[in-house]
Design a protein around this ligand. Structure first.
Ligand code: CUA
Length: 330
């Protein structure tokens, strides 16, 4: 009788465990797969989740059985029988997980090797993170962009760094994430497999504007990518792009740039305000100083030490001029 109950419980547990494995590997938990990395990462993740679900039911089944089967009978106040241990069971529950961990480790290594050992046949792109924006440089074409553009089907090398604190580049649809660390260049290979536009997010708390440090990764057909590159190469810097590229939008509201940051003063009507804010200081000078020396003319109600003080070094002179001209017109 006891043997029969045990057998039925064992069968139910195994069936539930097998079912949960099947559910786990078929669950759709991830966003769309838009890169070669995404396919490899997801298949590995699903195997690990499936194995975990299977053993969760095996272990919990045994636990629930033991709790019911060996509970204290009413009126039984005697001590429990002293059990020292069971060498066989302990060996089994050490050896099986060890083998599983090694198998998962080998599978993870193979996925990583398939991702990291691809030859680079697409562009090499320099990624610069700063508080609170991204800049993507295509050095061969002399292009700089606040959004990342990639050709589909090509393995692209991103060389990622930061100009201030640690940020982290994360594109969920690519299953790709790498820290941007000051003084260091981190390499990340991405091979997009699906054209479209995907969010590119800062995944490392980097200051007051962290949450708005979001841009786009745009995957083009090969011809579309070349066309974008050629078009961008011939263009003078667009001041609205600069406003986004240097992260002004994260803190300063400006209707023309679609910005609604609230950490710093709003910049609508700037040209007029700048002309009369500080006696003896012209509008152009006021705006320039406010960018490169943010503590010089603090606006009442806004604390000091929030705006980065190094824009004078970060923004090339021609871009700085374009930005000041643009703000004078607002
Ligand atoms: Cu940059 Cu968070």
């Amino acid at each position: 009788m006891k043997g029969k109950v045990l057998l039925v419980l064992l069968l139910i547990t195994l069936v539930l465990a097998a079912l949960s494995y099947l559910v786990a590997i078929n669950l759709d938990l991830m966003p769309v797969q838009a890169s070669q990395r995404a396919e490899l990462v997801d298949s590995h993740f699903k195997q690990v989740l499936g194995i975990s679900a299977f053993f969760f039911f095996v272990v919990e089944g045994a636990l629930i059985y033991a709790v019911i089967r060996f509970r204290r009978k009413s009126g039984d106040d005697s001590d429990a029988a002293p059990v020292h241990g069971n060498a066989l069971i302990e060996t089994v529950w050490t050896v099986i997980p060890s083998i599983l961990v090694v198998i998962i480790g080998i599978s993870a290594y193979q996925a990583l090797a398939a991702i990291e050992r691809r030859p680079v046949d697409g562009p090499t792109i320099e990624v610069i993170a700063r508080q609170f924006s991204w800049e993507f440089r295509y050095p061969q074409a002399g292009v700089s962009s606040p959004t990342l553009h990639l050709p589909v089907g090509k393995t692209t090398l991103l060389e990622i760094t930061s100009e201030d604190v640690i940020h982290s580049l994360w594109i969920p649809e690519f299953r790709a994430k790498r820290d941007a660390t000051p003084g260091q260049i981190s390499r990340l290979l991405v091979t997009p497999t699906l054209t479209g536009s995907y969010p590119l997010i800062c995944a490392e708390l980097c200051g007051a504007g962290h949450a708005s440090m979001v841009t786009e990764a745009v995957v083009h057909e090969a011809a579309g990518f070349e066309a974008w590159l050629a078009e961008s190469a011939g263009k003078p810097p667009d001041p609205v792009d600069l406003y986004v590229q240097y992260g002004c939008n994260a803190c300063h509201a400006l209707a023309d740039a679609g910005a609604n940051g609230v950490l710093g003063p709003g910049l609508d009507g700037m040209g007029e305000v700048a002309a009369s804010r500080v006696p003896g200081v012209g509008a152009r000078e006021y705006i320039l100083q406010s960018i490169i020396a943010p503590e010089a003319y603090l606006v009442e109600g806004f604390p000091s030490g929030v705006m980065p003080a190094n824009f004078g070094e970060q923004i090339p002179a021609a871009q700085l001029e374009a930005l000041v001209d643009y703000l004078l017109d607002q």
